[in-house]
Write a protein that binds this ligand. Structure first.
Ligand SMILES: *Cc1c(COP(=O)(O)O)cnc(C)c1O
Length: 454
């Protein structure tokens, strides 16, 4: 397999380059469109929001993009993240399958998100930017960018989705400890926020609304740039260090995964683990089953349309082609706050459209049940988002048991749940309900998709 992508890791076992799946897609990604003209955007259209280096990464089709040494030096604070084998879970399930997981919960902020937060903050710093704005759902992304802001001495403003702001006060405290300012969204600080509060004063908020607010303050103030924790191509790119490390670590363990699993909100931790393996497959290597797991209450891949849509509720962002529930869709307030996004990363959507990945949706109670079973075997409490991947890994292991197959399963434990214990308390108290989204609201949101000639 000489034509296989070779991933090169440095002496500290940290990848030297990010891997760009865009170079290996059998068909190119559909272009990003301007929200006004609906024509493909050029790099300069994105300049109010992002520094040029990140824009160039966004549109790049180069297979490898070198990771600057200062970023790798910071990655060394917690990377390579451990690849662990869940032997006790295997025994408990009585499965012939091997279950491995990549533990991204070991980062300072507790999830995979600092992998891109550090990179985004660094490129902004290099471009002379002093202030960053962003949104956050459960608070993982806000905490990660706040951490990166602290490392580079930058001001960070975070719009946190109202329901999470109320449910997760400790994440807000963490963001503030790192030095960021945290505002519940929708807020009175932006036009987008005020307009939504006027119509629905008791709204739980959504990532789409919070993005509108964060984008608005970046567009209005030249000193401020915007950061996004998922969805965008450059975010998928930065996360590919997870899969590259996993490939080396699996080889060290003498194993090779047959099934690769990740939970999907905007798609980045899934892409981070899966894309390097998909790349190997596309370049003549082994083909594996790759499974994206989403919440049944916000099922963009399994129930959404593959269409051009806005990334935010107030329609300030460019149009991207993705699996979407409609930008005005507001999912019910379930506990995996990081999975409450109406769309899916264009790169993950494209991979799904090309048949390179599978998708599955689970309700939250079955996921918490899996999370608790995992914790009692392995000692690590998964974040509510990550319990979706755990659920799927357990189901795959049980399938292997039923079929008598000794497959190797690898899933991404995208973060720990230490700040989400209220969700576990609610689960123990029998207070969690398996909410379904409102079919009428979904139909309305989909009917409102922008019409695009391309
Ligand atoms: C944000 C988050 C997710 C969902 O985001 P993706 O971009 O889909 O990875 C999943 N797990 C954890 C722990 C998160 O913080």
């Amino acid at each position: 397999m000489s034509e296989q992508v070779k991933f090169v890791l440095d002496e500290n076992h940290i990848p030297k380059a990010w891997y760009n799946l865009a170079a290996d897609f059998p068909k190119p990604l559909p272009p990003v469109l301007h929200p006004g003209t609906k024509q493909p955007v050029g790099p300069s259209d994105l300049e109010p929001l992002f520094p040029m280096e990140l824009i160039l990464q966004e549109v790049s089709t180069e297979r490898e993009i070198e990771i600057p040494q200062p970023i790798r030096d910071i990655y060394r604070m917690w990377r390579p993240s451990p690849l662990m084998r869940a032997r006790r879970l295997e025994q408990k399930l009585g499965t012939p399958a091997k279950i491995y997981f990549k533990n991204e919960g070991v980062s300072p902020a507790g999830s995979h998100k600092p992998n891109t937060a550090v990179a985004q903050a660094w490129y902004n710093k290099q471009a002379g930017v002093k202030r960053l704005s962003t949104e956050t759902g459960a608070g993982q992304w806000g905490a990660s960018l706040a951490f990166a802001g602290a490392l580079f001495d930058m001001d960070v403003t975070v719009f946190q989705v109202r329901v999470s702001y109320d449910q997760k006060p400790y994440r807000r405290a963490l963001m503030e400890t790192y030095g960021a300012r945290c505002i519940p969204s929708p807020s009175n600080e932006t036009e987008a926020g005020r307009a939504i509060l006027k119509e629905r004063p008791d709204t739980p908020g959504s990532l789409g609304i919070a993005i509108s607010e964060a984008v608005e303050i970046a567009v209005k103030d030249r000193e401020v740039k915007y950061c996004l924790g998922s969805v965008l191509n450059h975010v998928m790119l930065h996360q590919t260090i997870i899969g590259q490390e996993a490939i080396e670590q699996c080889a060290m363990a003498g194993d090779d995964p047959d099934v690769i699993i990740g939970c999907t909100g905007g798609g980045s931790n899934f892409a981070g683990l899966a894309f390097p393996f998909i790349g190997l497959g596309l370049r003549g290597g082994k083909k594996r089953r790759i499974v994206a797991v989403e919440p049944a209450a916000c099922p963009s891949l399994t129930r959404g349309l593959y269409a051009y849509d806005f990334g935010d509720t107030s329609h300030l962002t460019p149009l991207v082609k993705m699996h979407t529930l409609g930008s005005t869709f507001i999912p019910p307030g379930f506990h995996a706050g990081g999975l409450r996004y109406h769309g899916m990363a264009p790169m993950v959507s494209h991979a799904y459209q090309l048949g390179l990945i599978e998708a599955k949706a689970y309700h939250q109670k079955a996921c918490f049940e899996a999370g608790v079973e995992f914790t009692r075997c392995e000692g690590i409490v998964p974040a509510p988002e990550a319990t979706h991947a755990v659920r799927c890994a357990i189901d795959e292991a049980l399938r292997c048991k039923a079929e008598g197959k000794a497959e190797t399963i690898l899933f991404n434990l995208s973060g720990h749940g230490h700040f989400d214990m209220q969700a576990y308390i609610n689960y123990y108290d029998g207070k969690l309900v398996d909410q379904d989204y409102d079919e009428r609201e979904l139909a309305m949101a989909l009917a409102g998709l922008p019409s695009v000639a391309i």
